[in-house]
Structures are given as C-alpha cells and as structure tokens.
Design a protein around this ligand. Structure first.
Ligand code: ATP
Ligand code: MG
Length: 356
C-alpha cells in the first residue's frame, strides 16, 4: 500500500522520538512491501520561531492532504513567558479543532516486564486492559466566554463548559463501537449530581446505549472514578468522558502502566485523517540528552498502522518487537530498574528495529 504521512516533530524530545518512529515505519514498509511518504510540517515552538505562529496554515493543509498525522510534542522553557497566542500549546489545541479530532483514545495495558516500576502492587494491575476515550474538541477548553471580568467592581473570572448534544453523541457512540470489539463494557464518567452538562451527558449515554444491547453501560461519578482506577483498575474496559475529566483521568491511568514514556494515543475524527502522538510532552528537562523513552511514539505509530491503514499484522509486529525488547531487559532511564540493560533513545530504537 502507498500512504502519505504528515510528520510534525514539534519541540524538545518530540523531535527525538519522532525520528525513532519513522525508522520503525521504514522498517515495516520494507518488510511488508509498503510505500510510506513522509512529509514534514512545523508546529509549536519551532513554528513560532520560524514563521511567528504556533500552527501555520501550510501545516494544516499538509495534514488534510495526508492519510495520517504523526505528532511528537510541543512546548519548552523558551516560549513559556510568551503571550497566549504565541504559546506552542495553542498549536496543539488548534490542530485538534481544525482536523475536528473529537475523540482521543488512550489504551492502558499491563506490561509484566514493567510491573516493578509501578507504584501499585502487581496483583492490582496484573491484566489491566482498558481504553480511555476523552472528548477532545468541546467543554471547558473551548467554551466562550473564557475571560477575566468584574462582579460588583471586584475581580472575577469565567470559563464556559459548553457542549452540543451531537458532540456528546458522536464520542459516546465511538466508545460503544470500541467496546463491541473488546470486553463489551462502557463506563461513562460524569458529575451528574452537580453539573447540568453531566446530566445531559448521562441522558445521551443512555440513549446511545439502547442501540447497543450487547454492551453493558455503567455510570460513574468522576471523583469515584479517580479512586476506582487506582483501587480496582481491572473493572474497566472502555471509559468515556468529557474533555477535562478525560485529561485528568488519562494521566492518572498512565501510572498503571509504568512510565509516561510508554503510552501512545490516537485522536479520531469523522472522516480522517487521524492524529497519533505519545501522551507525554516535550520534556524540556531531558531534551538533547538522548535518554527519552521512544516507546510511546513507536506504539503511536503502531496505532496508526492499525486504525488508519488497517494494517493489523504490521501493527502487531511493532508491538511484539517492543515487548520482546522489554522482555530482553533493555530499558531507557525512566523505566530502568535493578539488573536491567540501560540504553539510550537511539539504542532502544535500534533494538526494536533489529527485532522487527
Ligand atoms: P505537557 O503539558 O506537554 O503534557 P508535561 O508538563 O505534562 O507536558 P512532560 O513533558 O510530559 O510534561 O514531562 C513530564 C515528566 O516526564 C518530565 O520529567 C519528563 O522528563 C518525563 N518524561 C516525559 N516523557 C518522557 C519520555 N518519553 N521518556 C522519559 N521521560 C519522559
Ligand atoms: Mg501533561
């Protein structure tokens, strides 16, 4: 197959791990006889420095003309004090909106070889297999107004939590579709005892659920969900929730696996292209040291092969290679533990490539 892939390395370790993922994809192309065309675009701090905006139109156009988008990460100390419209993170929010990426999928799996780097007991996490589905283009992150204001002459502030019913429907439907192919359970997370938006969310979940009699629907309040995820994570299959609850819960869920450097994500739209990125950020504290864990980015590329290109065998080959390399004891510093073989970013990529 021939595929066009837009590559947005971004900043910091984003650049380092993207390089690794491309090498893996080239190895896949060679082994399975595909042709992947990589075209590079600017986003984040790099784009601000080059053209004065965190997401140039050219980058958006490039993405729209591609079959899939691979993104590293954006941000860094250099741009932290800039006015809001010149912050790298703006580029990320804008590309989600411009490509209409309404659902962010984050699988959380158990890695036996990493159990020792989890703060949780092995018996609690052994066999964990869940996917967080976070709504990505609505809620507090995009609601207007979002501004400083005054009340009775005193300083005040407002952020708006706004959703249309159809925005809830499409992401909840996607969660049910996913559950159908997995363990058949959807946990819808909300705060329906306090928020009107959550009461509508729960209503929509019930409605959509009626179309999927084979899937079990359960509602959970977000505060309880935060606790259950640590206490009994094995109870979850697909968890679906609105933007901000999902942001918080998916970082929490990452602890179940081990390191931030291990977890991939996929952001989906109605008609594509989808965007794939590791869940970690640009990690400016370790930038340029060749010690970042490239696995989250390589696994994001595997998700791309599966979800955007339907290349299941190819995706599995990458995932298996990663597992074998971990089983063989190779570790970047973030997942290093006693009596393992410490490797750099580039060495880890080499090991996975050789195993492939
Ligand atoms: P963002 O706001 O973009 O999500 P963040 O502030 O949450 O960023 P990260 O950049 O994800 O922060 O980094 C959090 C911590 O995890 C840092 O100490 C960083 O060095 C470490 N870290 C992140 N990704 C990796 C990785 N791939 N390998 C090793 N360490 C990592
Ligand atoms: Mg973060």
């Amino acid at each position: 197959m021939k595929k066009r892939i837009a590559v947005l390395p971004g900043d910091g370790i984003g650049k380092e791990v993207v390089k690794g993922a491309i090498e893996i994809l080239q190895a896949v192309a060679e082994r399975f006889g595909h042709q992947f065309y990589f075209q590079y675009g600017k986003i984040g701090g790099e784009a601000i420095d080059a053209v004065g905006t965190p997401l140039p139109d050219e980058t958006v156009e490039l993405c729209k003309q591609s079959d899939a988008v691979l993104l590293g990460a954006v941000g860094g100390y250099k741009w932290e004090r800039q006015p809001v419209h010149l912050r790298p993170e703006r580029g990320l929010l804008k590309i989600r909106k411009d490509l209409n990426l309404f659902a962010n999928l984050r699988p959380t799996n158990y890695y036996p070889s990493l159990a020792e780097s989890s703060p949780l007991r092995n018996e609690v996490i052994e066999g964990v297999d869940m996917v967080m589905v976070r709504e990505l283009t609505g809620g507090l992150y995009f609601g207007k107004p979002s501004e400083r204001t005054k009340k009775n002459g005193e300083d005040a502030v407002v952020d708006t939590l706004f959703y249309q019913r159809k925005e809830m429907q499409r992401v909840i439907k996607l969660a049910f579709e996913l559950a159908k192919t997995r363990k058949g359970k959807v946990t819808s997370v909300d705060k329906a005892n306090v928020l009107e938006s959550s009461r509508m969310w729960r209503e929509v979940a019930e409605e959509v659920g009626k179309e999927y009699p084979e899937v079990v629907l359960e509602h959970m309040l977000v505060d309880n969900a935060a606790m259950q995820m640590i206490k009994k994570p094995k109870q979850f299959d697909v968890v679906v929730t609105e933007n901000m609850f999902g942001d918080i819960l998916s970082d929490e869920a990452s602890v179940l696996t081990g390191s931030l450097g291990m977890l991939p994500s996929a952001s989906l739209s109605q008609n594509g292209p989808y965007l794939y990125e590791p869940i970690h950020g640009s990690a400016p504290d370790i930038e340029g040291k060749n010690i970042a864990n490239p696995i989250a980015m390589m696994l994001s590329a595997a998700m791309m092969l599966r979800l955007s290109f339907g290349m299941n065998e190819e995706a599995e080959a990458v995932e298996q290679a990663v597992n074998q390399v971990l089983d063989a004891g190779y570790r970047t510093p973030d997942i290093m533990s006693f009596a393992k073989k410490k490797v750099s970013t580039t060495e880890m990529v080499e090991e996975v490539k050789a195993t492939l």
